[in-house]
Ligand binder design. Structure first.
Ligand code: ATP
Length: 230
């Protein structure tokens, strides 16, 4: 199986005042195309740091990150931002929707820089909202939607540019059990039926069970990798 993500000897050091703190200590990891990977571990173990490096939101202190054959650790800030917009969709715990915009306009946001007509943007956002099960909520503002519905809008925004990779940081962390299960089922369907490779940080072992593969980080080191039987 080919890898979508190849990570070699990855380190990340933060400067805190005069102190340098290494939070990732030489991670080696292959994520095959089509995997749904959960990333678990204690608070402060480096999960979000690793996730942000894979998604190109931050740059490593050492080592290599290759995604679909592209060395993203060697890209300039401008190249990385362009690469992200074409290749990665992001889903966060608190949805990060624009409160003044309708669901439809929130989903259209990542398309504003693409060479598309307004009608094409509208059509693509409608398709994405249909895919997440919210075809009739396009005109609603985020505060008129439940948490689960807001997360669906955020997922529609993440997939509207058709990226291969979805990066999810605690996507169910703010939801009740039933809404969480619905969001996890949606992520599973995007993985199985639409070929998205997903990397998801979670504290919830039940959420991790929906993944095909679990990784465990402890104090900046990968300590366990488990492949789930489908
Ligand atoms: N920008 C930063 N500057 C300095 N230190 C940071 C920065 N970001 C994270 N850290 C530190 O790096 C370590 C790992 O943080 P990270 O957020 O990756 O952990 P985590 O496993 O995602 O934690 P949690 O489960 O609590 O979200 C922590 O000690 C954190 O304080």
């Amino acid at each position: 199986m080919t890898s979508l993500v190849s990570i070699r000897d990855l380190t990340k050091t933060y400067q805190r005042g005069p102190e340098k703190i290494e939070v990732l200590h030489g991670i080696n990891l292959e994520i095959p195309t089509g995997d749904f990977v959960s990333l678990m571990g204690p608070s402060g173990s480096g999960k979000t740091t690793l996730l942000n490096l894979i998604g190109g939101l931050d740059t490593p202190s050492g080592g290599e990150i290759e995604i679909e054959g592209q060395r993203i650790d060697r890209m300039s800030a401008g190249q990385l931002s362009h690469w992200r917009s074409q290749n990665v969709g992001f889903v966060f715990q608190f949805y990060n929707l624009m409160p003044t915009l309708t669901a439809q306009k929130n989903v259209e946001l990542p398309l504003l820089l693409a060479p598309l007509s307004a009608a094409d943007r509208r059509r693509r956002a409608e398709i994405a909202l249909q895919l997440v099960g919210l075809p009739e909520r396009g005109k609603h503002k985020p505060n008129e939607l439940s948490g689960g519905q807001q997360q669906r809008v955020a997922i529609a925004r993440a997939i509207v540019s058709d990226p291969k990779l979805l990066i999810c940081d605690e996507p169910t962390g703010d939801l009740d059990r039933q809404s969480a299960e619905e969001i996890l089922a949606l992520l599973q369907s995007l993985n199985r039926d639409h070929g998205k490779t997903i990397v998801m940080v979670t504290h919830d072992p039940k959420a991790a069970e929906h993944a095909t593969h679990s990784l465990h980080l402890d104090k900046g080191t990968l300590v366990e990798q488990v492949r789930h039987v489908a």
